[in-house]
Design a protein around this ligand. Structure first.
Ligand code: DX5
Ligand code: ZN
Length: 217
């Protein structure tokens, strides 16, 4: 299991020490949430903050853009050091436009992910799955950390696992929202590859909390 702590919940009074603990933990990725105050009712970070994290750690930068104009916004974050950019299917409707954005990311050496909100059916994104590196299932309504896991997400993960395996696709399944040791284990059991966790990791001992999410595959 890949663990991707979400820095939305990092304690910014104590950034240096928290980053040090992350580096020493078993986390391989850092999950970086970009919010525009329009697609979601919150604002978060700009590209300069990503650049700072990129220079301060060796973690893989997993950038989740919750914005209405993902093509424009992804340009800023590609330049700032994103390794993967995940955009929302709800913001790019036609498959040809989704493919164009995926191709732009790949042409710049950045991996591409597609995400769905809790009310979006998994079937809507089947056509793009052969082209992306990752699918992100939102297991809370995007915008804030600290919400409870929506159980119906498990069925979505299981459906995606089946579709990806049946079609021999090279696409990771990531789950984001309300992840702790219990919900994380449930996601692992139905086929998740990457767990994002914000409040669960940063509200406790970072290394110990990450360790509890490292389920065997
Ligand atoms: C929510 C964000 C999440 C958030 C998860 O919109 O996409 O990445 O940080 O936070 P927790 O793990 O606290 O639910
Ligand atoms: Zn996220």
């Amino acid at each position: 299991m890949i663990v991707a702590p979400s820095v939305l919940s990092l304690d910014y009074k104590d950034t240096k020490s928290q980053l040090q603990q992350l580096e020493e933990s078993k986390a391989e990725w850092m999950h970086f949430d970009v919010m525009d105050g329009h697609f979601v009712p919150n604002l978060s970070f700009g590209p300069d903050i990503l650049k700072a994290f990129k220079s301060a750690t060796s973690l893989f930068m997993d950038v989740h853009i919750m914005v209405d104009n993902p093509s424009e916004v992804s340009d800023y974050f590609m330049k700032a050091g994103a390794d993967l950019i995940t955009f929302h299917s709800e913001t790019v409707h036609e498959i040809k436009n989704q493919k164009a954005l995926v191709e732009k990311l790949h042409a710049n050496g950045v991996k591409a992910g597609i995400s769905i909100k809790p009310d979006t059916c998994v079937e809507n994104i089947y056509p793009i799955l052969p082209y992306v590196d990752l699918v992100l299932v939102m297991s809370v309504y995007p915008g804030f950390g600290g919400q409870s896991f929506i159980e119906a997400s498990l069925d979505k993960i299981a459906k995606l696992r089946k579709f990806i395996d049946t079609n021999h696709l090279n696409c990771l399944i990531e789950v984001d929202g309300g992840i702790n040791a219990t919900t994380g284990e449930a996601c692992a059991s139905v086929g998740a590859d990457v767990l994002v966790a914000g409040s669960y990791v940063f509200k406790g001992d970072i290394k110990a909390q990450v360790e509890t999410l490292c389920f065997e595959k």
